[in-house]
Design a protein around this ligand. Structure first.
Ligand SMILES: [Zn+2]
Length: 424
């Protein structure tokens, strides 16, 4: 597939028109994630990376010259979307362990993480915060055919207040370890948004409150004022970017929602006011309700300091209860896992948690497909198998509407009409 990518580039460079590349996929069933309808014996036609037809095979012919792929016995779904990952982070490097490695080691880890992520069926991810433009390097490597991986919506650096969750606070006072995403005051924040946009960010991530994995921050404490968040969101929207707010505490969540953010990450201590604000503004909640199990089971072994584990214990159960309440109140949800604080490739473990805490399997699947496509502002590109979308398809054995855990074992992954994984 990578050779094909390079050939296509070369041909394009030489201005020689390449013949259309068409793949026609048949299977036992196809799930229409928008309606929950299951179509038996479907055919999906993908030409030059985009879906051109999808429906019952009997009424959806394969064009002449199309390559055929028969996924007998399997169910087709759109490629999955994780709205909250950190591809260049590894949970086993807790505490100060990452300091044993050179900076570029993080990008190298990201190469392996991108591979296991797409092999788990996640063909699109939003990378909400990384150092050194690792997410841009990974995106460039994937898009130019050097490495396999999902399509990446990069945030580059997370923006945050001096001494806040997005800063680095765990070292002695005289030790300079400034994060390039730090900005204070509306003007400096506007300038930072413009700078990250210029450098390649496609979404702005900022820290509205303290967090679990930072030192010296109270997990619920608000860290930007209303004026600061207003400036950040207005600037990002003016530049055509969505905004993701890391927010655990109630006042930080509600201030971010009043500022008009597009997604609330974590949303741990969201209350009834938060639900109303989100429904009014159309903001989505991205609640990572699986990772608590992993962090509490493996954190100490991974070198995570007790300070951080104590904060996780404070947040975990409350977040799940508030997820249930938010869903019941009608808050729109997307699938965000925080992969990187637990192992990459295990993203689909969260589906069972969403069902355990109140969603139907279809609703859980929608968070990682059609909902995520909308929240990215890319509803015409990803999250659905209808014509016009990228040819991103996964195939699973079993019935995902009966048992959502079948999504943990992906048999086939197709991205842009190219077969990335075939484990039948
Ligand atoms: Zn995160």
């Amino acid at each position: 597939m990578f050779l094909r990518g390079f050939l296509a580039l070369c041909l394009a460079g030489a201005a020689i028109p390449a013949a259309a590349d068409t793949l026609a996929v048949t299977a036992a069933r196809m799930l229409d994630v928008e309606t929950g309808r299951v179509i038996d014996n479907p055919r999906i036609v993908i030409t030059d990376g985009r879906i051109t037809a999808a429906g019952p095979a009997a009424t959806t012919p394969a064009p002449a010259g199309a390559r055929g792929l028969d996924l007998a016995g399997l169910t087709l779904l759109p490629g999955l979307i994780d709205m909250h990952v950190h591809l260049s982070s590894d949970p086993r490097l807790g505490g100060d362990r990452a300091l044993r490695f050179v900076r570029s080691f993080q990008a190298v880890m990201g190469v392996a993480h991108a591979k296991v992520t797409i092999e788990a069926g996640f063909t699109t991810v939003r990378n909400v915060g990384s150092d050194g433009f690792d997410d841009l390097a990974l995106k460039q490597g994937i898009e130019n055919g050097y490495i396999p991986g999902p399509r990446i919506v990069p945030a580059t650096y997370a923006i945050g207040a001096t001494g806040g969750h997005c800063d680095t606070n765990q070292y002695p006072a005289e030790f300079e370890f400034a994060r390039p995403g730090i900005a204070d005051g509306p003007d400096a924040i506007r300038s930072k948004v413009r700078e990250l946009h210029r450098r390649g960010a496609e979404v702005i991530k900022f820290c509205a409150t303290g967090g679990v994995f930072s030192a010296g921050t109270s997990v619920g404490a608000q860290q930007y004022t209303q004026a600061e968040m207003d400036a950040l969101v207005a600037e990002a929207h003016m530049l055509g970017m969505k905004v993701a707010a890391h927010a655990h505490g109630t006042s930080g969540i509600n201030t971010a929602l009043r500022a008009g953010v597009d997604t609330i990450e974590h949303a741990s201590f969201a209350d009834a006011t938060s639900f109303e604000l989100a429904k009014k503004s159309g903001a989505w909640f991205s609640m990572d309700i699986y990772d608590d199990d992993y962090i509490l089971a493996e954190g100490a072994r991974n070198g995570v300091p007790e300070e951080n584990l104590a904060k996780e214990r404070e947040v975990g159960l409350k977040q799940r209860q508030n997820f249930q309440a938010a869903h019941k109140a009608g808050v729109k949800m997307v699938f965000g896992t925080d992969a990187g604080v637990y192992p990459h490739g295990d993203n689909a473990l969260q589906f069972a948690k969403l069902v355990e805490w109140g969603m139907t399997p279809l609703q859980a699947i929608q968070t990682a497909t059609v909902n995520a496509g909308q929240a990215l502002g890319k509803a015409g590109d990803v999250g659905s198998l209808s014509p016009g979308h990228f040819g991103d398809i996964i195939a699973v054995a079993g019935d995902p509407l009966g048992d959502v855990t079948v999504l943990r074992k992906i048999a086939v992954v197709i991205k842009d009409g190219q077969i990335v994984k075939d484990a039948r």
